[in-house]
Write a protein that binds this ligand. Structure first.
Ligand code: ARG
Length: 461
């Protein structure tokens, strides 16, 4: 197309270089925004008519024209031209082709700079709502698993060394807490997405008597942005969203890492259903936890998108700069990745089979009730540092004699401290160990049940 035919072609004498056209075009990825672009344009046209900037007849022609274009886009009948710069230009050009002069009035009091921000906000608001729904489903599946495994005892780890016995339900609800915080963060982020940018125009506002509140009402924005310069250069809401998504991915990745470890022959704590694993092309015996590995791997690309966007933003002079076009692919890939991971992982979680016997066996090992014995002495007046030393020596003795705590006699205990009596044997079972952890937030069954009741009683749970 010669530049004279381009919407902005007036001041140009020479056509755009063909390679530059391809290089600057964003149509192949921002076409994803077409619904939101048209939704925003319809609201803008309604406002223009209400403000008598266009006639009711022109408003009708514009809206019908846009709806026709939308229908064609939905049916994939719409042909994008190679020189369509972006979705905004493609739709506007087609509108003018279809309805003539009235179409040329749509861009009144608006710039692509505020239009693209509007499209991004409308798109992201929808995506945030979808992701909130998926987070909630994942939380529900964790609650379901926690209820099924309410009494299952597993070894709790620090430094990946057996530390203290805990309930598997407590472990599962730990992820619930993480995802609950993610959800809160996302709701908070949504508030900053949910602000109308349209009307900032190119950067300074417009001379024309537009009514931004009216457009905000049409598009369900509770707030209108307050500074036109900030508005066209602001992508904080995108960065904030990608950060929130990166945090979600980090949590999912940690859960997946546990499942990968736990499904190994060495741990054998969990079996992932066949439908969610894959085989090896060479080794016939293998069943690989690829879904979990891919979620873990995809976390990297979302981190990458966050760093990409922050880097795009860091050196921008005020206000809009074309660099901002580079915000889209990171955002689109982030929403797709997070949605895909949440969906697949939620489905996979529903089909996890935990090996209660193996978990229990391992929880018994490694002197895992040592801290219980130390706290037993504390309850009888021994300072904790001293009791820690006593039990440490008891463990060393057990290792050298090849005896577990329950295989030692009271006389043996008393060699290390006269404070020991028969009741020390009560703190040696892993059930008692777990159920003694009844401080707020502890792993005692009654505390986990209490947390479950709180979670299920919560209106937004
Ligand atoms: N495709 C552009 C983007 O995504 C739209 C805004 C272009 N504005 C401009 N003045 N060239 O950011």
């Amino acid at each position: 197309m010669t530049n004279q035919k381009k919407p902005w072609g007036g001041r140009f004498q020479e056509p755009t270089d063909r390679e530059v056209e391809v290089f600057t075009s964003s149509i192949h990825f921002d076409r994803k925004l077409y619904r939101h672009d048209i939704e925003g344009s319809i609201a803008h046209a309604r406002m223009l008519a209400a403000q008598k900037l266009i006639s009711r007849k022109e408003e009708k022609a514009i809206i019908n024209g846009l709806k026709g274009i939308q229908a064609d886009l939905e049916e994939e009948r719409f042909r994008f031209a190679p020189d369509d710069e972006d979705i905004h230009m493609a739709v506007e050009k087609e509108l003018i082709r279809r309805i003539g002069e009235a179409g040329g009035k749509l861009h009144t009091g608006r710039s692509r700079n505020d239009q693209v921000s509007l499209d991004m906000r409308l798109y992201l608001r929808d995506e945030v709502d979808r992701i909130l729904g998926l987070l909630n489903n994942f939380k529900l599946s964790l609650v379901h698993l926690a209820k099924t495994e309410i009494r299952t005892i597993m070894p709790g780890y620090t430094h990946l060394q057996r530390a203290q016995p805990v309930l598997l339900s407590h472990y599962l609800l730990a992820y619930w807490e993480m995802v609950d915080r993610d959800e809160a963060r996302l709701r908070d982020c949504r508030k900053r997405v949910n602000v109308l940018p349209l009307g900032a125009a190119a950067l300074a506002g417009t001379n024309l008597p537009i009514d931004r509140q009216l457009v905000a009402g049409y598009l369900n924005f509770p707030a209108v942005s307050n500074n036109s310069m900030d508005t066209v250069s602001d992508r904080d809401f995108v960065a904030e969203f990608i950060f929130t998504a990166a945090m979600i991915m980090m949590h999912l990745s940690r859960f997946c890492e546990d499942l990968i470890l736990w499904s190994s022959g060495e741990f054998a704590f969990v079996e992932i259903a066949d439908a969610f694993t894959t085989g090896s092309s060479m080794m016939p015996q293998k069943k690989n936890p690829d879904v979990a590995e891919l979620v873990r791997g995809k976390t990297g690309r979302v981190y990458g998108h966050l760093v990409a966007l922050l880097t795009i933003l860091k050196g921008l002079p005020m206000t809009y700069n074309r660099d901002l076009q580079e915000d889209k692919e990171p955002l689109f890939d982030t929403t797709d990745t997070v949605k895909g991971c949440l969906q697949t992982l939620t489905a996979m979680s529903r089909h996890l089979k935990f090996n209660r016997i193996r978990m229990r066996e391992e929880a018994e090992k490694g002197f895992s009730t040592a801290t219980d014995i130390a706290e037993f002495l504390v309850m009888r007046g021994v300072p904790f540092r001293e009791s820690h030393g006593i039990v440490g020596r008891l463990v060393a003795y057990g290792i050298s004699e090849n005896k577990t705590f329950s295989e030692m006699t009271l006389a043996e205990y008393q060699r290390f401290s006269p404070v020991f009596d028969e009741s020390v044997f009560n703190c040696l079972t892993i059930e008692n160990s777990v159920n003694a952890k009844s401080s707020h937030g502890g792993t005692a069954e009654k505390m986990v049940l209490k947390r479950l009741a709180d979670i299920e009683g919560r209106s937004d749970a």
